[in-house]
Design a protein around this ligand. Structure first.
Ligand SMILES: [Zn+2]
Length: 384
């Protein structure tokens, strides 16, 4: 799947109109095959069913049956992660997304799809292009969400050993150098085209050190700025092996970018600048359209919250009451706080960044956002 398709699906999921039927969000890690997660899936679905009010169980059963039916059919062999969203009832909804990278096994039910793990996946993987350069060939590989989606291959033009009466050895050597240089230039030009046409923001070089050095030297500044790393590889290496070895360095690079944003957020908090931290302040900033970039620590998971559908009262710490304590309406909507944050972020086109670890951000509540503009002073004091 391409990042752009995932973005479309995220929008669909984040804007799905809620009704009284629960949505099952089912993420499965297929690293050990489907058999490895069937047991846990059954247990989770049984548990979730018990937690639902009686009138929702029939719709829930329909949604669960859809998931079981889907998992009964064969999956593409390279699938390592699944994200399934299922709702039964009068307005059924179904979306199955297959990935070549693993997702954590995580299953829940709520009034809206929980897109957190998709958002994290998108933040981690994004897309990049690999230029594999050796003396004998060049290949350009597009990687989207951890899987190969585009291959543009160019073989090096044959160098005929025409050392004869009209070609001196020196002449031949010069000719070969010139051909190599020309070949390199052509590949860089092609890379430039592929990268701009495909909207790739990052490049990883692969090959032997001599060719990597030559490419680095010849790259225009625009491309050099997108360079993430260079990894050793041979022309005979399998594409999948090359992709696996570049993925690791790409993930490290993405994490560095996320950390830089977390640092920026902390600096803004420290200097009383354009940022807020803590669950409530962040949620409110996103709700009013003030948030620019949402930053979450990976271990941030504050549990469930609720709001009154009638008066909008929001509660992030206390368990849900039968009726709203403010307006007495019985229309309480429960939600997973982390899922709700990223769902609202998606709806408001706020970029989400997930950082692996950050102790300072964790001490500020594990979540925060950079703001587009200043807001009333009350946001500053309400860090959760
Ligand atoms: Zn209320």
């Amino acid at each position: 799947m391409e990042v752009i398709e995932l973005e479309n699906h995220l929008r669909t999921l984040a804007t799905l109109e809620e009704n009284d039927s629960p949505v099952i969000s089912c993420y499965l890690d297929l690293s050990n095959g489907l058999a490895g997660c069937r047991g846990l899936l059954s247990i989770r679905l049984l548990t979730l069913r018990k937690l639902l009010p009686q009138h929702q169980t029939e719709d829930f059963d329909q949604a669960a049956a859809r998931i079981h039916a889907y998992l009964g059919a064969p999956l593409p062999p390279r699938t390592r992660g699944l994200a399934l969203f299922s709702r039964g009832g009068a307005l059924p909804f179904w979306l199955a997304l297959e990935f070549e990278v693993a997702l954590p096994t995580w299953i829940s039910a709520g009034s809206s799809p929980n897109i957190y793990h998709l958002v994290e996946l998108k933040d981690n993987y994004d897309r990049y292009a690999i230029l594999l350069m050796t003396e004998t060939s060049a290949r350009i590989i597009g990687v989207n969400l951890g899987s190969v989606t585009e291959q543009l291959w160019r073989a090096r033009p044959e160098l005929r050993p025409r050392v004869g009466h009209d070609w001196s050895r020196d002449h031949f050597q010069n000719h070969r150098r010139e051909r190599t240089r020309q070949f390199l230039h052509d590949q860089i030009r092609i890379l430039d085209r592929v990268v701009s046409a495909g909207g790739y923001g990052h490049i990883i070089l692969a090959g032997n050190s001599r060719m990597i050095a030559a490419v680095r030297k010849e790259m225009p500044k625009r491309l050099a700025a997108m360079l993430v790393d260079a990894v050793p590889a041979a022309a005979t290496d399998q594409v999948n092996d090359i992709v696996s070895s570049t993925l690791l360095s790409f993930l490290e690079h993405e994490e560095m970018e996320s950390q830089a944003l977390a640092e920026k957020l902390i600096t803004q908090i420290r200097t009383h600048g354009l940022a807020v931290a803590g669950t409530r302040a962040t949620l409110e900033a996103i709700r009013v359209g003030q948030a620019d970039i949402l930053v979450l620590v990976k271990s941030y998971d504050p549990g469930a919250g609720w709001e009154c559908r009638n008066c909008g009262k929001l509660e992030l710490e206390l368990p849900p009451p039968a009726a709203c304590p403010a307006c007495h309406a019985p229309h309480i909507r429960e939600f997973d706080i982390r899922g709700e944050l990223v769902r609202l972020a998606e709806r408001h086109q706020v970029i989400c960044e997930v950082v692996e670890h950050n102790d300072i951000l964790m001490s500020l509540g594990g979540v925060g956002c950079l703001l587009r503009y200043y807001a009333p002073a009350n946001y500053w004091s309400s860090a959760a």
